[in-house]
Design a protein around this ligand. Sequence first.
Ligand SMILES: Cc1cn([C@H]2C[C@H](O)[C@@H](COP(=O)(O)OP(=O)(O)O[C@H]3O[C@@H](C)C(=O)[C@@H](O)[C@H]3O)O2)c(=O)[nH]c1=O
Length: 185
Amino acid sequence: MTKQLISLDIPDAFVIKQTSFTDQRGQFSRLFCQKTLAPILAHREVKQVNFSRTTIQGTVRGLHYQRSPEAEMKFIRCIQGSVWDVMVDLRPDSPTFLQWHAEELSQENNTMIVIPEGCAHGFQALAAESELIYFHTAFYAEMAEAGVHVQDPDLAIDWPLPVNNLSIRDAELPTVEKWLKDLSG
Ligand SMILES: Cc1cn([C@H]2C[C@H](O)[C@@H](COP(=O)(O)OP(=O)(O)O[C@H]3O[C@@H](C)C(=O)[C@@H](O)[C@H]3O)O2)c(=O)[nH]c1=O
C-alpha cells in the first residue's frame, strides 16, 4: 500500500505516498507496515503511537524534538482535516543544518512524512479539527524534550496562515541563536 517513497533534501527525511481502498462501504488504509518501511526503519522499531486533534484553524504546534539518547524518528499522517507540516534540521553536522521542509498532509492526500532523529517537527492546522497520528521510534521522555520557536526570524518559516494559539510552552521556546548558545554550553 506504499505507492511512492520520496527522499527529501534533508538527509534521512522522507515523504511516503500511500494508497487507500474505497468502495461502497467507505475507505480502508494501511497506515504503518514494518516490512514495507524496513528500508527507512533499519534497526529502529515503533515504540509509541500518538494522536492529536487541533481544534482551531491557524493553530501551530512545535517545533519539537527529543534530545539524544531519546532521539526518535517520527512517521506522521493526517487522518482528518489538513495541516502544513514542517521539519527543521537541527543536526549541526548535517549538510542541511537549519534548513526546513514543509509538506501538506491531509485526510485526502494519503501522505506520510518521516522526520529523522535530530530534526524538529511542527505543524499548522489548515482546517479546524485536524487530526494527526504519530508513530514514534522512542518512548516519550519529558526530560529530553527540546525545541525552537516557530516564529524565529532566522528560520523564517513561511507559515501559510497567521500563527495562532501557541501553547505556553511553545511560546517560550528559544530562538535558534539561543538554542545554539545553550548547546555549546
Ligand atoms: C508528546 C507527548 C506529550 N505527552 C503529554 C505532555 C503534556 O502534558 C501533554 C501535551 O503535550 P504537548 O503540549 O507537548 O503536545 P504537543 O504540543 O502537541 O506535542 C507534540 O507536538 C508535535 C509538533 C510533535 O512533533 C509531537 O511529537 C509532540 O511533541 O501530553 C505525553 O504524555 N506523551 C507524549 O508523547
